[in-house]
Design a protein around this ligand. Structure first.
Ligand code: CA
Length: 213
């Protein structure tokens, strides 16, 4: 009688086609990943140092149908079994959602200048299991944090240039124009032989080595 009655099946068909086309398109656009059956697909997990404020950790999921939460781990070696969880409580996800979500977490707890930090992300599935992503280098950011206090010219290695720079400020004390706290390694308000000895004691140490920070 009215055009409405004839249009309804057509609209339903179009809606159905749209729904069917939706997931197929998303799947085709998804990057290839091999997570566990209940593990979430992550597009990326990256870390950026914003010295001296924090290290900003960012990640993006593809969909969250089987994920209930995230947690982040931090270590000072490439071995993930030595890393510790830095996000307590956990970061809630959007369980059941077919959408992807962006997350950001600023890490600033106890960061030591001159250290290199290794991060990992884990997702909790609906059964409560924490899934790791240890084998994916795209989900394991490695972030250097500032310079060692012994690396006074901050070029990520402690060597003759640091000693030379210290010597050029010899006996400069607080309130003198030549005084710069970056060169006062032991923070005793004067740049002298003690600072040179401290820096020279780590001669040859570079970023990523245990003697550098
Ligand atoms: Ca000093």
């Amino acid at each position: 009688m009215t055009p409405k009655k004839h249009l309804t099946p057509l609209l339903l068909t179009l809606l159905l086609l749209t729904l069917l086309a939706g997931p197929a398109t998303s799947l085709a656009a998804s990057p290839a990943m091999q997570p566990g059956p209940d593990s979430v697909d992550l597009e990326y997990f990256i870390g950026t140092a914003d010295y001296p404020q924090h290290i900003l950790l960012e990640w993006q999921s593809v969909s969250e149908q089987t994920v209930s939460a995230y947690r982040l781990l931090r270590g000072t070696t490439p071995n993930p079994s030595q890393a510790v969880v830095i996000t307590a409580p956990v970061i809630p996800a959007h369980p059941g959602s077919t959408q992807g979500y962006y997350y950001a977490y600023p890490d600033s707890a106890g960061l030591v200048p001159g250290m290199v930090y290794y991060y990992w992300i884990e997702d909790q599935d609906l059964g409560g299991t924490w899934n790791t992503h240890w084998d994916d280098p795209n989900l394991n950011p490695i972030v250097p944090w500032g310079c060692s206090i012994y690396d006074v010219i901050c070029n990520f290695v402690i060597d003759t240039q640091d000693v030379t720079a210290l010597a050029s400020r010899w006996n400069c004390a607080l309130n003198q124009s030549c005084y710069d706290p970056h060169f006062d390694v032991n923070s005793d308000n004067v740049i002298d032989v003690r600072d040179v000895m401290l820096s020279a004691g780590r001669w040859g140490c570079g970023l990523g080595q245990t003697c550098y920070p």
